[in-house]
Design a protein around this ligand. Structure first.
Ligand code: SPV
Ligand code: MG
Length: 435
């Protein structure tokens, strides 16, 4: 008996539509269909991570009548899977002849040649695409329980998760909507927002010493949450009173915040980037570990991340102290460690990372490159960092721009001279769409 032919279809299958079903139907006409289902990591390498995780997508795809079996495809490149399955046919919509997938297509053709396989390219189903549907689905994914878990999934799916400071809803929208193409033609974007105690306080004309209380911080946070869908990381200073922590966690989870960062300092808060840290005290490591346990026990969602921020390097306590604390905080249940530094170079955080990597209590690391801004993300990745927080740059760029405009108007006693440096009235009135 002649063996049945095999066809192979690579799919992300986050949002299934009739275009996908058409491809699978065609593939099934050629042979038994194996779907190479792209993993979250494979998808994150060229677009936003999928709404549904791999297991959920697998359950859906393996129940489609045209599909014989589902295997993971770990990269955008099909080569490994094709070499091991050796399908007679690969079926893909003809839309990949252009754009980011063009190179992948060329490689598929080359690989198939080895066993005389053929590429079948049905016409792309017009006016339907996951990207269009995703726009509508964003509304669902603004819901808190869906939003909270996205940060954890991003950390597992991407080399590094990029977080940028947002001090109001408008900056939240910049982070939400900005996409640019990198040198390889891949769309890149920020993954989420940082609600910074420093920039939130400065926006309110107050110092970064907890004079802006959590109720007020959560009000500004909610304005950002209302118009965005990406994960938000909340700067909780030292968390305040241990007894009050469960209420803070409840508010953050209700708002859909994905993580809180809590720092191991006590007493009157002083921003870590101040030169003079004379009267600043670090908490006893055990006390702080208890705070972490308290937060972990009071959270409702396991995906709500607790990130412990170590201030030993800021306070010149040395690497050994930082490492001892990292061990304790990790054992207490922290999901990640922010190792803070205000050196001009990242050397000390890299030394910390190198040592901590060897620990059996190792958890992902977070960097805040405010003073060591020279560091490239690729070097953070190489040194084991999973999250980078650009903690204050949007406010630092907005303030001098506004100050300059105010000076120009004051000096010229009219506004004309300022017009050249600012966006037009037309642009500002249509900046926020009403749809
Ligand atoms: C913040 O942005 O408020 C931070 C980071 O906590 S730092 O300013 O470096 O302390
Ligand atoms: Mg802060």
């Amino acid at each position: 008996m002649r063996k049945k032919k095999l066809s192979y279809v690579a799919l992300a299958a986050d949002i299934l539509h009739e275009g996908h079903i058409n491809i699978l139907k065609v593939a099934n006409n050629y042979g038994d269909v194996t779907v190479g289902l792209l993993t979250d990591q494979a998808i994150a390498s060229y677009k936003s991570i999928p709404f549904l995780n791999y297991e959920k997508r697998k359950t859906i795809v393996e129940n489609i009548k045209y599909v014989k079996r589902v295997v993971p495809q770990e990269t955008l490149d099909h080569t490994d899977n094709l070499n091991s399955i050796k399908p007679n046919f690969v079926v893909h919509g003809d839309n990949w002849k252009r754009g980011i997938l063009r190179k992948t297509r060329n490689k598929v053709i080359k690989t198939l040649k080895k066993w005389n396989g053929k590429l079948i390219e049905p016409k792309y189903t017009k006016n339907i695409s996951s990207t269009i549907i995703k726009k509508d689905l964003n509304k669902i994914f603004m819901q808190p329980q869906n939003r909270i878990s996205r940060l954890k999934r991003l950390i597992f799916s991407k080399d590094i998760v990029k977080i940028l400071e947002s001090h109001n809803a408008l900056t939240g929208l910049i982070i939400e909507n900005l996409f640019i193409k990198n040198s390889k033609g891949i769309n890149i974007e920020f993954d989420g927002m940082w609600s910074s105690s420093l920039t939130d306080s400065a926006t309110k004309g107050k110092p970064d010493n907890s004079s802006v209380d959590f109720s007020s911080r959560i009000l500004s946070l909610n304005e950002i949450m209302e118009v965005t869908t990406k994960p938000l990381v909340f700067d909780a200073d030292n968390g305040g009173q241990l007894e009050h922590l469960p209420f803070l966690i409840r508010s953050l989870e209700r708002s859909g915040v994905s993580a809180l960062i809590i720092e191991d300092k006590i007493g009157l808060k002083k921003n870590s980037l101040f030169k003079n840290q004379d009267n600043v005290k670090q908490d006893n490591p055990k006390n702080f570990a208890d705070k972490i346990k308290k937060i972990c026990n009071s959270r409702q969602y396991n995906d709500f991340m607790v990130i412990a921020r170590i201030e030993s390097l800021i306070l010149n306590k040395g690497l050994k102290d930082a490492l001892k604390r990292a061990e304790l905080y990790s054992k207490a249940g922290a999901d990640a460690i922010l190792i803070h530094s205000k050196k001009k170079l990242p050397n000390e955080i890299f030394s910390f990372a190198k040592k901590f990597k060897k620990s059996k209590n190792y958890i992902p690391l977070v960097a805040v490159p405010s003073t060591y801004s020279k560091v490239y993300e690729k070097d953070l990745i190489k040194n084991g960092f999973k999250l980078v927080i650009y903690a204050n740059q949007l406010l630092r760029s907005a303030y001098p721009a506004m100050l300059n405009t105010a000076k120009i108007i004051l000096k010229n006693q009219r506004a004309l001279e300022a017009d050249k440096k600012i966006i037009s009235i037309n642009e500002i009135i249509s900046l926020i769409k009403n749809d």
